[in-house]
Ligand binder design. Structure first.
Ligand code: NAD
Length: 403
């Protein structure tokens, strides 16, 4: 009567969760990775090696292998209780499709991170009935900062969050043989240990809207590069600590537009809890209470944040060898636009809230990305199918959005 946990993915986060969940006596940790030869490589490496999770903060480590690593959804999925999606958002679809036959009433599907539009994707793939029977959890991030040390052999956990916020749809949890159903959050916590504390509050749409990277990264990219003259720079500019005042102001304005969307939905559908959608400043003060020396404004918060020194804009050497030019094929745009800001903009369109600043960012970004998401003020561009914008799923009303 173990809790059968499927960990989807084969990267840093999947390695950390495989070791941590694998160390619990009452958990059977199964890794499912559908990517390239990861399952084979990981399995072969574990035959002759330990699997070690190092916690670099306190120097402790744990040696524990997952029960199995496979690319066969049946082997991973049969009789499972929790499915963790621990891959970038573009990878969610293939795991949901592969594991759909093994989802049933009470199965927990937890995405770490969920990323905007997670709930739309689940509902489309599972169908409304099965999606409602399952318990969906969408978290803001991963519980750890982590890096694989050697593939299939171990991982360094560089930091463990104190708490991790998210939201949940559905009640109860799976019935694990011999136990009555517990709250889904209790099961989730059981496979992670004491830290981080999982905090699930509000509607899934709130996690979609507050997803910080979707507007933080994209606004900073816009602010730095929308009027770039095309000349190489001698040095790579600092990403967060190098923020200028105009971009800080735009960030506040974008954050206000997102709050306007949330407040309008709460007004149109009383009882909907989107209280997690707070200002960017409040999000920082809540999430990083001990990392911000100057809390005066979002400008000072980002310029003084202790975790950000040295983090630079994604750049590549210029062709003439005279410096660096910005890289627009990096996840700050390729993930945070289609699985981020276009989702927010699509929601705003349905709710009827104007978003002039978000529009500017999307129009600039789709230009440098060679994509078309927005045309004539509508999320109806030819590449909308590559996004998780609600228009991609044919959602039209606020009720459609809320599911
Ligand atoms: P990762 O880059 O290590 O994961 C990559 C994995 O995704 C691969 O191992 C593979 O299994 C899968 N994948 C990659 N390309 C694929 C493709 N083309 N098709 C199918 N599958 C593919 O990611 P991670 O570090 O484990 O992070 C997972 C998510 O958590 C990401 O969204 C990341 O931004 C976020 N995150 C990571 C950290 C961290 O410290 N690692 C911290 C916070 C948030």
């Amino acid at each position: 009567n173990k809790l059968a946990v499927v960990i989807c993915g084969g990267g840093n986060g999947a390695h950390a969760l495989a070791g941590i969940a694998g160390s619990k006596d009452d958990v059977e940790a199964r890794v499912l990775t559908l990517f390239a030869d990861e399952a084979e490589r990981w399995t072969n490496t574990m035959k002759t090696n330990d699997f070690v999770v190092n916690f670099t903060e306190n120097g402790s480590s744990l040696k524990a292998k997952p029960a199995l690593v496979t690319k066969d959804p049946k082997v991973a999925g049969e009789g499972c209780h929790i499915i963790y999606l621990v891959v970038p958002a573009f990878g969610h679809r293939q795991y949901l499709e592969a594991l759909k036959p093994y989802c049933r009433k009470g199965t927990i599907i937890a995405a770490m991170p969920g990323a905007p539009g997670f709930e739309f994707e689940v509902r489309e793939i599972l169908g409304k009935q099965l999606a409602n029977d399952c318990i969906l959890m969408s978290f803001e991030s991963l519980p750890w900062a982590c890096r694989i040390t050697e593939y299939g052999k171990g991982v360094d956990v560089l930091g463990v969050k104190g708490f991790m916020k998210g939201s949940m749809h559905g009640e109860g949890g799976p019935t694990v043989l011999g136990n009555s159903p517990l709250e889904a959050v209790t099961y989730g916590q059981g496979s992670l240990g004491n830290r981080p504390t999982l905090i699930c509050k509000g509607h899934l749409l709130g996690t979609t809207l507050i997803a910080i990277n979707s507007y933080l990264h994209t606004t900073i990219m816009y602010g730095r590069w929308h009027d770039w003259d095309g000349k190489p720079l001698a040095e790579k500019p600092l990403f967060y600590n190098g923020l200028d005042e105009a971009t800080a102001k735009m960030l506040e304005d974008v954050s206000q537009e997102i709050q306007n969307i949330a407040r309008e939905i709460e007004k149109q559908k009383p009882g909907t809890d989107l209280s997690q959608v707070v200002s960017v400043r409040d999000w920082y003060l809540d999430t990083w209470p001990n990392h911000i020396p100057d809390k005066t404004s979002i400008y000072t918060i980002l310029r003084t944040h202790k975790s950000y020194p040295g983090l630079v804009h994604p750049m590549e050497p210029s062709k003439d060898g005279n410096g660096f030019v910005p890289l627009f094929t990096q996840r700050y745009l390729t993930e945070d636009i289609p699985f981020g800001l276009t989702v927010t903009r699509g929601i705003a369109e349905i709710v009827g809230v104007p978003t002039p600043n978000i529009d500017k960012i999307i129009l600039w970004a789709q230009g440098v990305m060679g994509k078309e998401y927005m045309v004539d003020g509508k999320m109806a561009g030819k590449d909308i199918g590559e996004t998780r914008s609600p228009q991609r799923y044919g959602l039209k009303t606020v009720d459609d959005l809320l599911g």
